[in-house]
Ligand binder design. Structure first.
Ligand code: PGA
Length: 262
């Protein structure tokens, strides 16, 4: 059985002071939730927050010895160099991060990161032994013109090009996030999300083999809230959720995590 992965993407919210406040509430509630902790201990679930760069140190220190995973929202593909404003995977690891989001739609569309950039970032994360949450998703115009599957195929295959199947299964989590559902309150129906995740799993099987496809964790993201989490997670090919707005408050992120307990 694949483990569930419940991830909060804070985007450009929660500086160090707000992070410290979030963590003191969330970590104590998380560790007091016996059902969540036993799911985590049994390897059935993981819970992660992806904080802004400047809040990562605070997040790592405030998680104490709880099993909460701390990740970054982006990284550069080089270890170091003349790249003003950038942060490398090696630096993230030094800070205590184990995970990183690569290719969020805001990085693709606002900051014009290309498939080639994202491929280099994924490879660099693998070399640093960081687990990537690799995001793919179509724009509203793609969905309306019937090209959703073409867009997903192009993004997925360009990102994972020539990768080793074992690395894909163990070091990459794929998040399907339809761009039109992010921050809009419009959730894809569970069935639509399942249809695309099943397509992703089939592409992984065709490219890397059934074994890799069956092991790879797939997430859905886009207006996930406590009320729709259970129906999304009931879908066969969806193993977790990537949550933006509803991950900013400890109580709503905890309610989402509770809805994922098995
Ligand atoms: P949202 O964001 O939950 O606020 O729609 C999801 C994301 O961008 O990862």
């Amino acid at each position: 059985m694949r483990r569930r992965f419940i991830a909060g993407n804070w985007k450009m919210f929660n500086g160090p002071a707000a992070t410290s406040e979030f963590m003191s509430s969330f970590v104590s509630k998380l560790t007091a939730s016996e059902d969540i902790i036993s799911n985590i201990d049994e390897g059935k679930m993981e819970v992660a927050v992806f904080a802004p760069f400047i809040s990562l140190d605070t997040a790592v220190k405030c998680k104490n010895d709880s099993p909460l995973i701390i990740g970054a929202q982006n990284m550069h593909w080089e270890k170091s160099g003349a790249f003003t404003g950038e942060v490398s995977g090696e630096m993230l690891k030094e800070l205590g991060c184990t995970h990183v989001i690569i290719g969020h739609s805001e990085r693709r569309h606002i900051f014009h990161e290309t498939s080639e950039d994202l491929h280099k970032k994924l490879q660099s994360a693998i070399q640093e032994s960081l687990i990537s949450v690799f995001c793919v998703g179509e724009l509203l115009q793609d969905r309306e013109s019937g090209s959703t599957f073409d867009v997903i195929r192009e993004q997925l295959m360009a990102g994972l090009k020539a990768m080793d199947g074992k690395d894909v299964a163990e070091k990459i989590i794929v998040a399907y996030e339809p761009v039109w559902a992010i921050g809009t309150g419009k959730t894809a129906s569970s069935e639509d999300a399942q249809e695309v995740c099943a397509f992703i799993r089939k592409l992984l099987a065709d490219t890397f083999g059934e074994g890799v496809s069956e092991k790879t964790i797939l997430l859905y993201g886009g207006s996930v809230k406590p009320e729709n989490t259970a129906s999304i997670l009931a879908m066969k090919d969806i193993d977790g959720v990537l949550v933006g707005g509803a991950s900013l408050k400890p109580d709503s992120f905890l309610a989402i995590t509770k809805a994922a307990v098995r």
